[in-house]
Each structure stands twice: as C-alpha cells, then as structure tokens.
Ligand binder design. Sequence first.
Ligand SMILES: Cc1cc2nc3c(=O)[nH]c(=O)nc-3n(C[C@H](O)[C@H](O)[C@H](O)COP(=O)(O)OP(=O)(O)OC[C@H]3O[C@@H](n4cnc5c(N)ncnc54)[C@H](O)[C@@H]3O)c2cc1C
Length: 492
Amino acid sequence: MSSSADKPVVIVGAGNAAFCAALAAREKGAEVLILERAPEEESGGNSRFTAGAIRCVYNGVDDLRAIMPDLTDEEVARTDFGTYTREQFFDDMFRVTQFRTDPALCERLVGDSLDTMRWMRGKGLRFAPIYGRQAFKIDGKFKFWGGLTVEFWGGGPGLIEQHTAIAKKQGIRIEYGTRVTALIYDGHAVTGVRVKRGAETYDIAAKSVVLCSGGFESNTEWRTRYLGPGWELARVRGTRFNTGDGIRMALDIGASPAGNWSGCHAVGWDFNAPEFGDLTVGDNFQKHSYPFGIMVNATGRRFVDEGADFRNYTYAKYGRVILNQPGQMAWQIFDKKVTHLLRDEYRIKRVTKVSANSIEELATKLEGVDPKAFVDEIKAYNAAVKRDVPFNPNVKDARGTEGLAVNKTNWANTIEDGPFEAYQVGCGITFTFGGLRINPESGQVLDTDHIEIPGLYAAGELVGGIFYFNYPGGTGLMSGSVFGRLAGGHAA
Ligand SMILES: Cc1cc2nc3c(=O)[nH]c(=O)nc-3n(C[C@H](O)[C@H](O)[C@H](O)COP(=O)(O)OP(=O)(O)OC[C@H]3O[C@@H](n4cnc5c(N)ncnc54)[C@H](O)[C@@H]3O)c2cc1C
C-alpha cells in the first residue's frame, strides 16, 4: 500500500484559488494534481472572465513598486496612487457587509493581502496599474479612487495563462474535462476523490483535497432554492461550470455551511446577454457607469441612488435591485455631458442601446418603459440637481439632488443635452456568498460540530462567511489568492 506521502494533493478546479493552492502546496514539496471539470478551452472558471482587478493593502507607491517593478518613474510622476491601508480595507469590508463579515476570515483576507501579492509576484505573476477603469485624469494627473489600483497583467485571460504556464513549469499536473463528483471519506478523513471523465468513473487517492470549485451561481435550481424566487431569471456572468459541486460534496460528508446563503454578487448586465458568460466578451456585458447617469424602470421612474458611492461599492448589490424591478430590467440614461466618461464596455458590438436627440424621442425608444412617466421623471430629476456644486468624478463630489423620493447623492448631472444614450440592463449574477465553514488559520473545512475534517480544505468562492449583501470590487481574486495559498500550504 502506498503511504500518504506518495499521494498527490488534489486540487478541485482550475481558477485563481486553485492555482494559488497548487503553488503553495508545491512550495512545500508536495505532488500536486489539479482536476478541472471544464475542457481546456473553457477552463479557468470565473477567474478567466474577470478584468483581473485585485484589491490589496498598500501604504504608498513603494509597496506598489515591489509588486509592479515595471512601473516607470514617468508613470509614478503623473499618477496620484494614494494609499489603501489596512484600516481602509477593513472599513470597506465592514461597511459593505453591514458588519457581518467573519472577523477572523476578514483579518486573514486583509492582513495577508499585500504579502500574498508579493508572494504571487515572487512566483512569477505580473501585475499592472488599472489606469483604464480606476483612475480619471484631472489637470494632467491620473488619480486612483475606490481602493482598487492593481490588475493582473492581461486581465482574467492573462491571469489564467500565466498561472497555467507557471504551474506546468513547477511540475503541477492539470487534468481537464475531469469532474470531481464525490469525496472519498472513511468516516473520519477525506482520502481521495471520485471523478467522472467522459464515460469513465474512477477514484483517485489523495494526501488531501482542496476544494476550489467555485460557488453555485450557475445552478438554476440552487439559485432559486437559496437566493429566492426570480433568481432563475438572472443571467450568469461567468463560467457555466460552477454549479456548487464542491459545496454539495462537502455537505454530503458532514461539512458545515456558513455565510450568506441567500446572498450573492450580482450586477447590471446587458439585458440580451446569453444565459452564461461568453469568453469572447468577458466582463463587457456589464454596464458600470451608472453613477454618472440615472436608471429608470418600466414605470419610467428612478428606483435607486445611482451615486450612493463609487461604483466599486455599489455595483455588486445593484444587480439584485434591478432583478426586483418589473420585467427584471432597467434602462441607464446618459446625456452628452458624460458620455465621454463611459467605460469601454459601453462601446462593444453586442450592446442593447438606443440614442435620441430629445428626451421625448428617447422616451419612445425605451422598450418596456411608460414614455409619459419617463418624460415627467426626467423633468423632476433635472429640477432637483444641485447645479451649484461642481462635478468631479474622482471624489464623492456631493453634487446630488434634493427633494426627490429617491435622491442621488453624488455625480448628479442634468439629463438635458442631447444626443442622449440609453442602455438596457438586466441582472447578471457573478458568484454566490454562502459556502463552507473553514478554519481561518489553515483553510481546513469544519464539520457541523465545527471540528476540522482531516484531509479537506477549501478556498475561493465556495468559502462562506466573508461576504454578506455586498462586496468591494476586486476582493474575489484577493480572497482566492489568500485562502488558496493558506489552504494549499496546509494541505501539503
Ligand atoms: C465577469 C466577471 C468579472 C469579474 N471581475 C472580477 C475582478 O475584476 N476582480 C475580482 O476580484 N473578481 C472578479 N470577479 C469574481 C472572481 O471571478 C471570483 O471571485 C474568483 O475568480 C473566484 O475564483 P475561484 O478560483 O474561487 O473560482 P473560479 O475561478 O470560478 O474557479 C472554479 C473552477 O472550478 C471548476 N469546477 C467546478 N466544479 C468542478 C468539479 N466538480 N470538478 C472539477 N472542477 C470543477 C470550474 O470549472 C472552475 O474552473 C469577476 C467574476 C466574473 C464572472
């Protein structure tokens, strides 16, 4: 009989959390086998669909230079990177989760974020500043806002390409098209996995197993069961392969569920986007420039404070708000004054867009919207804008509205200068917040008595207890990196 030392650490999934776990396990000298359900051309999970934005603590430009040695003096001179301290990251996590985030998991996430960035850089992963989406140029200088400054080189596709190349170089084996269907459990410890590959079903013995197989966002039935009625109507932003397998197989052997099982990350997403993500479009079905315009529903009325905060702190909860509108849709409206600020994703071919030179003309083009109510709403909105407060997209400018049933807090510009542009959005689900309970010191999965299950670890989207209600942009990749590294190291 072979000893456990001969057996590989088996990692389930091949997204960012999985690759970080694999690298950490390999660093400790273990044999590592990654099992990925998707065929190679569709592999990489949600991680591949991302823009690669990753949120980490940095105390100044020196911390950024350590992880982005390519940063030139000229870039540093023309950029105000600011800082993003531990305190800021904690504040953001506590505020957006309404103080529900598990303190120990949050401490691990925030506290290890910068060191994990340095560790990934040391493994060969490259990063770049997110000039395109997270900084506006004012008076010749770029200024970053919203705590999100760094992205993986090449975005999500670049992230997976880099991870795959580094893993292979390190002798980590990857089996694509191999779906893990169950954990092999002897009543005490996990000793392997059962897999299905094509027509074959077989068992693989493992020293330990790290579940990195994502949430249950692509499982229509679980979405309806746990998130609630109506969620079967959401579109999935990313991979079709995250159907909750890892969560289910762990629960089957007595793992403890944790976190916000009825909560998820969901955004405004092109109304005519397909059922699942399309890698040729990536995240470009999202429409995240709503803080500079307004959103109306089928009744022609605004229904949410589009300028409550920087989009990084509102976008992940507004998908749910849109899903709850009649017809599960909304139109985003912009006038000429702000269309130059719209993100690249508004300029793609597959977009549900109408334009018009007058508000009355626009009203007739907004499919599903009461035109008269819409025209009245625009008049009321324009009259309520605090025109004496200057507009500044880099800060929360307090240029709001007053006296409306739903006020806009920042970046309120009148909608009166044509041509006007309008974009129809529905709800796109990104990932689910509920998942497995882990030990924050080791990444080990806990059972319903909150005792570690020997041989079983988890990281990434399927860890419960970190996010509730909402989420600060760029934290998913950081979470997978921190907890993947932790779990992989301990699993080895
Ligand atoms: C469009 C989009 C844009 C995003 N943008 C960002 C961003 O810019 N920054 C950010 O931080 N986050 C972003 N996110 C969220 C981010 O993608 C996730 O938080 C993160 O990638 C999760 O990593 P993961 O490794 O846990 O899961 P994934 O990357 O989803 O990997 C899970 C893997 O498990 C595999 N799998 C599933 N079931 C099985 C099974 N039974 N057997 C074997 N394998 C299995 C899947 O095929 C998949 O490869 C975005 C998400 C989407 C969809």
